[in-house]
Design a binder for this molecule. Structure first.
Ligand SMILES: NC(=O)c1ncn([C@@H]2O[C@H](COP(=O)(O)O)[C@@H](O)[C@H]2O)c1NC=O
Length: 522
């Protein structure tokens, strides 16, 4: 069924004039509301104001514009039911076959820090969603129906199809548009609900709404989940920030798996924590090698040497452009995923020889999103673990203060510890990890494991520094580090036995600094 009449009513007027011009050239009659009609008329297009069409003025400050039977009858009449079409004739209501609507900018309005409740309420669109839902519901069938366009990005495709299809939209297109339209209004209402249910009785905004709606779009089905007997898919937030792993572009390699994406996130978040050139190798969501250096090649070599055994099959991330030398070096090991903000052409050329390696480009950027964790029947939500620290924030509690070199390694170790699952103990020296103890139920065991791993890798522990993601509950963990030859420790402090732990450090000539906060990661 040919599109004969379109109603255009948009807040975001991007591209609407060009779109309407094409529609008009295709012989489509244009109806429009105040501001949109003005834009079209100013561009010289023939347009009828909805108020002239219905015989009713826009009223109540725009609260009532399109809410009229002549509009909604024209949209909602089923094209396949003669009695519906007869009813339209009886009341002299022409069909509206295409509805082009996007809504008052509620999300942008409430994102403003000084947004009042009155402002928010006035930006709740009523007539728009009513038309969107009506048109989406009546997308129809093969006999005909209404097209509903809510996204300016769809304008070009619609015009192309109308031109190719004798001025009609296929059922498939109308159905696809209807699904997008219902998503559009669902997300709009979700934003309203999230905003209004976060308002406390005194009008202040609570951090977490009483009712919480989330919006995600499927990127892809995954072959399986964490294990092959689990099904899985990957979803991206509808407003995923730049800098997040979800913003990846895959340049080559096999399809990403569930574990690849989870580990890539861990590697990417960790590598972005460093200002200088850094490389992070992750296995099972834990860094097994982290280093900073003058070049990506050197950073990789240092990171790899922390734990060559675990690096096998790892995820490798750089916070800088991967050049030919670094690409060549990483290609020499078995790796699952390589992540970086950019690659030189030479590096990409070289990586082509390893077609199984998944190569991702992700733009750099700090992500401070809330963190969600599913538990049986519920969702834990918390703010991001974002707590930058400098040397000036540290409190020296031992007789000996760390040297400048120790201090620099301590800050490096603390940054790494944030990304290691608790209990985390990280031995570091010269801007690289020496041994990583991760995910242990006891801190002293983590200290022992990190030491064993350093020894297994043939690395020299004496002279290294150590970060502990949370306080030492007893002196035993500290004693393990001291006996291994560590010379300085960074930890939050705050244990009932801090005095005992500090005394143990003093006994063994260790310099200890406290951060005052911890970095649990479960
Ligand atoms: N009240 C109504 O009948 C009504 N009909 C359409 N709107 C909205 O008015 C906006 C367009 O207005 P204008 O064309 O005047 O710039 C669109 O976002 C549309 O969703 C309405 N506004 C709000 O509810």
């Amino acid at each position: 069924m040919k599109v004969t009449q379109a109603l255009l009513s948009v807040s975001d007027k991007t591209g609407v004039v060009e779109f309407a011009r094409e529609l008009s050239a295709l012989g489509v009659n244009l109806l429009s509301t105040g501001g949109t009609a003005k834009s079209l008329r100013d561009a010289g297009l023939p347009v009828t104001d909805v108020s002239d069409y219905t015989g009713f003025p826009e009223m109540l400050d725009g609260r009532v514009k399109t809410l009229h039977p002549k509009v909604h009858g024209g949209i909602l009449a089923r094209r396949d039911l003669p009695e519906h079409l007869a009813k339209l004739d009886e009341h002299a209501i022409p069909r509206i076959d295409l509805v082009v609507v996007n809504l008052y900018p509620f999300q942008a309005t409430v994102a403003k820090p000084d947004c009042s409740l009155e402002d928010a309420i006035e930006n709740i669109d009523i007539g728009g969603p009513t038309m969107v839902r009506a048109a989406a519901k009546n997308h129809g069938n093969e006999m005909g129906g209404v097209g509903i366009v809510t996204d300016p990005a769809d304008y070009a495709g619609i015009i192309a199809e109308l031109k190719a299809n004798g001025g009609a939209l296929s059922y498939k297109t109308r159905f696809d548009l209807a699904r997008s339209a219902f998503t559009h209004t669902a997300r709009y209402d979700a934003a309203i609900s999230n905003h209004l249910t976060a308002l406390a009785d005194d009008g202040s905004k609570m951090a977490y709404p009483e009712r919480f709606q989330l919006a995600f779009d499927k990127v892809q089905d995954l072959r399986y989940g964490e294990n092959p007997h689990q099904s899985a898919a990957f979803y991206r937030e509808s407003s995923a920030p730049a800098g997040a792993i979800a913003a990846y572009t895959q340049v080559q390699g096999k399809e990403l798996s569930y574990n690849n994406i989870a580990d890539s996130d861990a590697a990417w978040e960790c590598v972005k924590a460093f200002d200088g050139v850094a490389c992070v190798i992750v296995k099972h969501a834990n860094p097994c090698g982290v280093a900073v250096a003058a070049s990506p090649l050197e950073a990789y070599k240092k990171a790899f040497s922390t734990d060559p055994t675990s690096a096998f099959g790892g995820i490798i991330a750089f916070n800088t452009t991967v050049d030919r030398a670094a690409a060549e070096a990483v290609s020499a090991q078995f790796l699952e995923v390589l992540i970086a903000p950019a690659y030189t052409d030479e590096a990409l050329e070289l990586l082509k020889a390893k077609q199984n390696v998944r190569v991702l480009i992700v733009p750099l950027g700090t992500v401070k999103q809330p963190d969600y964790k599913r538990v049986g029947g519920g969702l834990l939500v918390q703010s991001a673990d974002f707590a930058p620290i400098t040397a000036a924030d540290l409190k020296v509690v031992t007789q000996r203060a760390p040297t400048d070199k120790e201090l620099s390694d301590l800050l490096f170790a603390w940054r790494v510890a944030k990304y290691v699952k608790s209990n985390a103990i990280v031995y570091c020296k010269d801007g690289m990890t020496i041994g990583v103890g991760a995910g242990q139920m006891s801190r002293v065991d983590s200290a022992r494991i990190a030491k064993i791993k350093a020894e297994n890798a043939g690395l020299v522990i004496p002279g290294c520094v150590v970060a502990s993601d949370a306080f030492f509950p007893f002196r035993d963990g500290l004693d393990v580090l001291a006996q291994a030859g560590a010379t300085a420790v960074i930890q939050p402090g705050g244990s009932m036995r801090d005095a005992e732990v500090i005394a143990a450090a003093d006994e063994q000539g260790i310099a200890m600094v406290l951060t005052g906060f911890r970095h649990f990661r479960h």
